[in-house]
Write a protein that binds this ligand. Structure first.
Ligand SMILES: [Zn+2]
Length: 359
């Protein structure tokens, strides 16, 4: 059998014209006008390709790189890395307006973007206001990080996360090939029908579609999800919306992670990690803090800086659905998700849901 490597394929995107745009992943080129006139077009990004930019990483990264280091550390369940960058970010508390809010909000979002345990999300939601108070003890902040990292992330198959991420990836790709305009009520109706039909991809699609058109309608989506969760007596979805999203709606109105998890579960998704939560002791948090404080400053690792959310060059652990599914495949290949293992883009990056033409 002769299977062509994925990189030799052309990805076809609608152009609104007779001739569709074609992205060559192996050369990072596109036939659209934006690319021809010198920009890195969205088609390339939709095919998982991002520009390589020269970047100098240092042991004194800016806040955004350090925050990205925290997110990537959480994503890979690398507690030492996450704890180091959390502590580093916290040092901005006095000198950067809103730093504490950004850090705490990121932890709350991270509990859902990088985990399926609703019990952990609820715990963070319970503590959220206290964590935002100006005299909060940093050990309480660190304890939340430790709690998140104790339960496996979506890349571990035991969490059911591969199905969630795969469904989200297909959902974003459906949107790419259907450029019609949808109103908020179209999205609500689509969501409801997808749940009736137990179609996880479509359920996620209508939430992501909605997000693309108008973030204000997240609030309508949340209320619709709550209504559906009540109708179907779906406790996990109810908890996600009522105990977390609506409770902290002001902080979460531009985020759809809790909504996506609820929609996925309502459409038949299941995670055995929903109620998984581990104790975190003061002694272990103190030991971790001692370890961080004894660490000499070091250059932020390249894999922490994706070039999308901060200056950087390593797209592997960025939070787009297609990139996250590639991490699931990295886990399938190596039995772990480590930035140190050779990255096999052809092997890990999945083209399902994209229209592919042979080069
Ligand atoms: Zn293009």
């Amino acid at each position: 059998m002769n299977i062509k490597p994925q990189s030799a394929c052309l990805i076809v995107f609608p152009s609104g014209d007779l001739i569709p745009y074609q992205v060559a992943r192996n050369h990072s080129t596109c036939t659209c006008q934006d690319f021809i006139s010198g920009s890195w077009c969205n088609h390339l990004k939709d095919a998982g390709c991002y520009p390589k930019r020269s970047v100098t990483l240092s042991s004194k990264p800016n806040f955004y790189q350090a925050l990205s280091g925290l997110v990537k550390g959480i994503r890979l369940r690398n507690l030492d890395e996450a704890a180091y960058w959390l502590t580093y970010c916290w040092s901005f508390k006095q000198k950067l307006n809103g730093a504490q809010f950004r850090i705490i909000r990121r932890l709350l979002i991270g509990s859902a973007e990088d985990g399926h345990s609703i019990a952990i999300m609820e715990k963070l939601a319970d503590n959220y206001s206290a964590l935002l108070s100006k005299d909060i003890d940093f050990t309480s902040v660190m304890a939340e990080l430790v709690r998140i990292c104790k339960v496996p992330n979506w890349w571990h198959p035991d969490t059911g996360g591969h199905d969630y991420i795969y469904s989200g990836m297909l959902a974003t790709r459906k949107i790419l090939y259907d450029r019609a305009n949808y109103s908020a009520s179209d999205c609500l109706l689509g969501l409801e029908q997808a749940i009736v039909k137990q179609n996880k991809v479509d359920a996620l699609r209508w939430i992501i579609q909605d997000q693309e058109s108008d973030t204000a309608t997240n609030s309508l989506i949340a209320r619709k999800l709550y209504e559906l969760a009540s109708t179907y007596d779906c406790q996990p979805a109810k908890r996600l919306i009522q105990n977390i999203y609506l409770r902290h709606e002001k902080s979460l109105k531009s985020d759809n992670n809790f909504l996506c998890q609820a929609a996925w579960i309502l459409a038949g998704g299941n995670s055995p990690a929903i109620d998984q939560i581990e104790d975190v002791t003061q002694a272990e948090v103190n030991a971790l803090l001692d370890k961080v404080n004894a660490t000499k400053p070091y250059v932020i690792p390249g894999w922490c800086c994706d070039g999308v959310h901060c200056a950087g060059n390593d797209i592997r652990y960025a939070g787009m659905w297609d990139r996250m599914y590639a991490v699931c495949n990295q886990y399938n290949y190596y039995g772990r998700a480590s930035p140190d293992d050779p990255w096999l883009e052809d092997e890990f990056y999945c083209l399902d849901g994209l229209t592919v033409a042979e080069a």
